[in-house]
Design a protein around this ligand. Structure first.
Ligand code: SF4
Ligand code: SF4
Ligand code: SF4
Length: 263
């Protein structure tokens, strides 16, 4: 894959990987690729990626802007808008940027109660609502997951660099789970969101006997109604909602259900 990519461009394409408010785990997932990532980097011009270099980003036009994290602060929002303006393609990296992620739990709880767990004195602390990147700018592609699957990054980057928008196959986590020879958690009356969630993570959670909590988001043909019915005797609606808050999935479920049951 990378071999094909290596000779495709006469001039090195320019890429910037920019982080807003985040744990930077998705960027570290890229570094965890080791030599494969360095091989990729040697074939492009990395204009900004602060985990790798600290040269000043001059703000020039680029081929692909990649953004991780939530636009929480005014500075984040400005950075994001500038990145969009200068990028032919803008891709988001990970669940925080795409779905609000773990920080979005705050939206579902009473905001002031949440902030009091962190700060003793809350006066002057900005307690903004968490919003996904696509509330501020147009997003062309999403690398899903918390963290992302870095192999998937290498898989789809060549297509993006050709100016095409890849389509992640609409298959549930269950496909990879079965391929790994796992016994289905549902058979043991243990909950799992796998059937409605977009696969591509190699089913890492159910392989460790943990339920899929949906960090990669609903798949296009994910059926929330059927999933609720399958989970009926395994978790209450409240428990389902609580789990779906972890990765910002609750909004997507509500949106799916509002299309099914419009007012
Ligand atoms: S998606 Fe997960 S790993 Fe990536 S920045 Fe957010 S919390 Fe960190
Ligand atoms: S354990 Fe979860 S992901 Fe695996 S087959 Fe069962 S429902 Fe699907
Ligand atoms: S199994 Fe589910 S929660 Fe775990 S990484 Fe895959 S999509 Fe995310």
């Amino acid at each position: 894959m990378l071999e094909h990519f290596k000779d495709f461009f006469k001039k090195k394409p320019k890429i910037a990987i920019v982080s807003l408010t985040s744990c930077e785990g998705c960027q570290f997932a890229l570094l965890d690729l080791g030599e494969c990532f360095l091989d990729f980097v040697s074939q492009i011009e990395m204009v900004d990626f602060r985990l790798l270099e600290d040269e000043e980003d001059k703000g020039e036009k680029i081929d692909i802007g990649i953004v991780e994290g939530n636009p929480m602060t005014d500075e984040n929002i400005e950075t994001l808008k500038k990145l969009r303006e200068r990028s032919k393609i803008l891709a988001v990296l990970g669940n925080c940027a795409a779905m609000g992620g773990i920080p979005e739990i705050k939206n579902y709880q009473e905001g002031m109660n949440t902030i009091k767990h962190v700060y003793k004195y809350v006066q002057g602390i900005k307690n903004t609502e968490i919003k996904e990147v696509d509330n501020f700018v147009k997003v062309d592609f999403t690398f899903p997951g918390c963290p992302i699957n870095a192999e998937e990054f290498l898989k789809y980057m060549p297509e993006l660099l050709e100016g095409k928008i890849p389509v992640i196959p609409d298959q549930p986590v269950c496909v990879e789970c079965k391929a790994r020879g796992n016994r289905c958690l549902l058979l043991d009356k243990k909950p799992c969101f796998g059937p409605m969630i977009l696969g591509g993570c190699d089913a890492v959670c159910p392989t460790s006997r943990m339920m899929c909590q949906g960090c990669r988001g609903l798949r296009p043909k994910g059926n929330v109604k059927a999933m609720r019915a399958a989970l009926k005797n395994m978790m209450t609606d409240e428990e389902l909602e609580n789990v779906s808050e972890i990765y910002g999935l609750r909004d997507d479920i509500s949106e799916w259900e509002s299309k099914l049951y419009p007012n």
